[in-house]
Design a protein around this ligand. Structure first.
Ligand code: NAD
Length: 787
């Protein structure tokens, strides 16, 4: 079967419909977005009849974080209304229903769709809880065979989970197609679910939240305390439990819980879905969360006009100031290298926090183990769904493995909960054999390979057997086919001495024995930039020579990336800032994740890019002039990108900023495939007959002609009070390097010439007290200071 999705129709333009529309536009598909006409329709103009859909899309496009990679991509979405424009779906390859959660209305929409859809087109529902089988009644054979549930999570661009739910009659090839399409084209983790209430992620996720509501009451822990204990420290999003509820909306949460309570009469923990009384009270008070501007948390302005966040005290229903409570047990996990080492510590003690964790994990382990085979046959699907849908770093069975299966069973028993028979003889849920991750399969009582991971490079797994060299900042891993991967693993993957050493080592190893290198990691971010604490120390100790050498070494490393005799592909994802961005712009090619937030942000800490980044942007401007670009505007654009520390909100924007280049760099939509795609790129470049580039001496810099303009510009910005005196100084230093210095006319210069200017400017800014203040502020507060 050769299904192609060229055009998609989305019915319902609410929170989900309009955001799903944006995500299809992101990947280049033509989208039709339809909604009802206003009920009080007294005006027959198109504008009025399309008011609901247009306003909804407009609001979605304004929402943050942005649902769309580039604003211009919304031209790929055509809007219309269900009364006049349903015929537009007649050539759609896939029709997604995302209207209100009412079965009769959904069934009526499918009846309407049936009149216009072409045979063989896929139809799916985004329902969160209505049984898929209940929606096909009365539909034709062709419709039924091509119908299933496709449950996107909110926000669809960012949350990776796509649950696919076949009905009893959906054609197998349609399901296979969607599983693959979701992964490859939409960048999702697709999880095949059974048609059970709330499917996988919401069933487990809501049960987990509901259990925490109860434990909070029982142990008299505050909302703030629970969120500290259930957030980043256990590898979950910062929004943890109650802040997540505020984001989802307490009414929505309650509706799903009610649905499960009603439909899952056999669930051994059914009572957990009857949410505590305080939930009903909050719903009555319209304390639903973000949508009513108050929930478990509320933002207020205090008497001085500064913003404050308060939490709801469940004892007296008053909002109280946040206190940032501390727990001794959290000190004990501070130095743990991996999350897996954290859980055994958390359940060991007898303090309040440990008792909390024991209760929490006992419930979670008991609940998930009872769900197999009810909601899915394989345990890894539950872990996949929780990680991709709720942003957990480790899924429930992975956490259970980390504390030991038998210890987990003891926890459950101590809380007087049930352990299903199948778990009792299991030694562990996962293992890694021959570099592949295997899961314990209940039916066969054997370990089987997780199929989706079969073709992916998982650095974590490969590390055990294929590490060639490592230090405390970098691992150099053989990823097969004569390619190595240089992985950073410092805090936020910042670039420190060890990383620089590892990069240089990796390049020298690969030049002798390998075809090429991928520079990439599978952490949250590619790199937050150079380690400024090291720069701070050298400035404080006035070690100017050491600082000079450090900057030079960074520059040399960037130049090694560019001028090695093997292809080096850098694979950024997430934050790719400062020094991380400088490595990217020196690569032979870049394979970046669609979600790459890239920028040279050094001005935020009082510096200019000093690892070759400023030089590189002067070089790129020069290349653009050779291609016929008008000189000054291009240089000014690069000047402003650095001067305003712009960071792209997507890889596509990274291309617009000039940090990524058309024709050379590419995007991978699915993060899980990034390293594999980068490796293929290395092999492709090697196959083309990669030769070591020749050092550039033909960079056209504009000298005084452009410098004058930048100087005057910075001056007038200062006069107008748009920038501070220190920012004026930084802008002028930046301009000086980008223009090649105070040359009397446009001149051709070498990269080394520009690198020296760059280093001089960088070092001179290090000598400024206000730069030191900026670095200190960033280190202490994690945000930039304007001084
Ligand atoms: P929403 O209320 O934001 O949007 C519903 C849309 O349905 C509106 O645009 C409305 O105009 C339209 N509509 C109302 N009556 C209609 C009718 N008679 N005929 C056709 N359209 C009609 O809802 P949502 O949050 O976007 O949810 C849509 C679907 O997605 C639901 O099935 C929901 O369960 C599911 N879902 C929601 C989320 C979420 O977080 N919001 C997540 C996953 C799935």
């Amino acid at each position: 079967m050769n299904v192609k999705i060229n055009k998609i129709a989305i019915i319902g333009s609410g929170i989900m419909g309009s955001r799903i529309a944006c995500h299809f536009a992101n990947i280049g598909v033509k989208v039709i977005l339809l909604d009802i006409i206003p009920t009080e329709c007294h005006d027959n103009t198109i504008n009025f009849r399309n008011k609901i859909v247009n306003e909804s899309l407009k609001n979605t496009l304004k929402s943050k974080p942005s649902p769309i990679y580039l604003k211009s991509f919304c031209n790929r979405i055509q809007t219309g209304n269900l009364s006049d424009d349903l015929s537009l779906i007649s050539d759609a390859d896939w029709i997604i229903e995302a209207i209100i959660e009412k079965i009769e209305i959904k069934k009526d929409i499918f009846f309407q769709i049936e009149k216009y859809r072409k045979k063989g087109s896929i139809v799916s529902s985004n329902t969160s809880g209505i049984p898929i089988n209940s929606m096909i009644e009365g539909r034709s054979e062709d419709f039924i065979e091509h119908f299933c549930g496709t449950h996107f999570f909110n926000p669809p661009r960012y949350l990776k989970l796509l649950e696919i739910i076949p009905s009893k009659k959906t054609k197998k090839n349609i399901i296979n197609f969607l599983m693959n399409y979701g992964e490859k084209f939409l960048g999702k983790t697709t999880v095949l679910c059974k048609d059970t209430p709330a499917f996988i992620a919401n069933r487990i996720g809501i049960a987990g939240i509901a259990s925490l509501f109860k434990i909070a009451e029982l142990l008299e822990l505050t909302i703030e305390e629970i969120d500290i204990l259930t957030g980043k420290v256990i590898g979950r999003p910062k929004s943890a439990t109650f802040r997540t509820s505020d984001l989802v909306g307490l009414d929505t949460l309650n509706n799903v819980a009610k649905g499960v309570y009603k439909n899952c009469t056999h669930d051994e923990n059914r009572s957990i879905f009857k949410l505590p009384e305080f939930v009903e009270q909050m719903i009555e008070n319209k304390q639903l969360g973000d949508k009513t501007k108050q929930g478990f948390y509320k933002k207020i302005k205090d008497a001085n006009g500064s913003r404050k966040i308060q939490f709801l005290d469940l004892k007296d229903f008053e909002y109280k100031n946040i206190k940032k409570p501390k727990f001794e047990i959290l000190n004990q996990i501070k130095n743990k290298n991996s999350l897996k080492e954290v859980f055994p510590v958390l359940i060991k003690g007898n303090d309040k926090a440990s008792i909390f964790y024991k209760k929490m994990f006992a419930f979670l382990f008991s609940y998930v183990s009872h769900r197999v085979p009810e909601i899915c046959d394989e345990i890894y699907k539950i872990d996949d769904a929780m990680c991709a849908g709720f942003g957990w770093e480790l899924g429930p069975f992975e956490i259970w493995d980390s504390v030991g299966v038998q210890n987990g069973i003891e926890l459950i028993k101590k809380e007087n909960m049930q352990v299903p028979e199948w778990v009792k003889n299991v030694k562990y849920f996962y293992n890694i054999r021959s570099k592949s991750k295997n899961y314990y399969d209940i039916q066969s009582n054997e370990f089987n390979i997780i199929p989706q991971l079969n073709n992916l490079i998982l650095l974590k797994n490969l590390k055990l057997s294929s590490t060639i060299w490592e230090n405390d900042g970098v691992s150099i891993i053989d990823i097969g086919d004569d390619v190595i991967n240089i992985e950073f693993h410092t805090k936020m993957n910042s670039i420190n001495k060890s990383v620089i050493e590892g990069m240089q080592k990796g390049i020298s190893i690969a030049e002798k024995n390998f075809k090429g290198i991928v520079v990439g990691n599978q952490g949250e971010h590619f790199s937050a930039g150079a380690d400024i604490s090291m720069i701070f120390m050298l400035i404080v100790e006035q070690e100017w020579e050491k600082l000079n050498i450090a900057v030079q070494t960074f520059q040399n490393t960037s130049m090694m990336i560019r001028y090695s005799n093997i292809p080096i592909v850098v694979a950024p994802h997430g934050l790719t800032l400062g020094g991380g961005c400088e490595f990217v712009v020196h690569a032979d090619a870049v394979q970046c994740a669609a979600e790459t937030y890239i920028g040279m942000v050094e001005l935020g800490v009082g510096l200019i890019p000093g690892g070759g980044g400023t030089k590189e942007m002067a070089l790129r401007a020069s290349d653009a002039y050779y291609k016929g670009d008008i000189e000054l505007p291009r240089l000014k654009e690069y000047f402003l990108n650095i001067g305003q520390a712009k960071v792209s909100t997507s890889a596509h924007e990274g291309f617009q900023l000039g940090y990524l280049q058309d024709g050379k760099d590419n995007i991978t939509i699915n993060n899980n495939k990034l390293i594999e795609d980068a490796k293929q790129k290395v092999l492709y470049l090697d196959n083309l007959g990669y030769t070591q580039p020749i050092k550039r001496k033909d960079i056209k810099v504009l000298g005084r002609e452009a410098l004058g303009m930048f100087m005057v510009g910075a001056d007038s910005f200062r006069q107008g009070n748009y920038i501070t005196e220190h920012e004026k100084l930084m802008s002028q230093k930046l301009a000086y390097v980008l223009c090649g210095g105070d040359l009397s006319s446009p001149t051709l210069v070498s990269e080394n010439y520009l690198l020296e200017l760059e280093r001089e400017a960088f070092l001179s800014l290090c000598g400024e007290a206000k730069t030191l203040d900026r670095i200190k502020y960033m280190l202490e507060k994690g945000k930039p200071l304007r001084n």
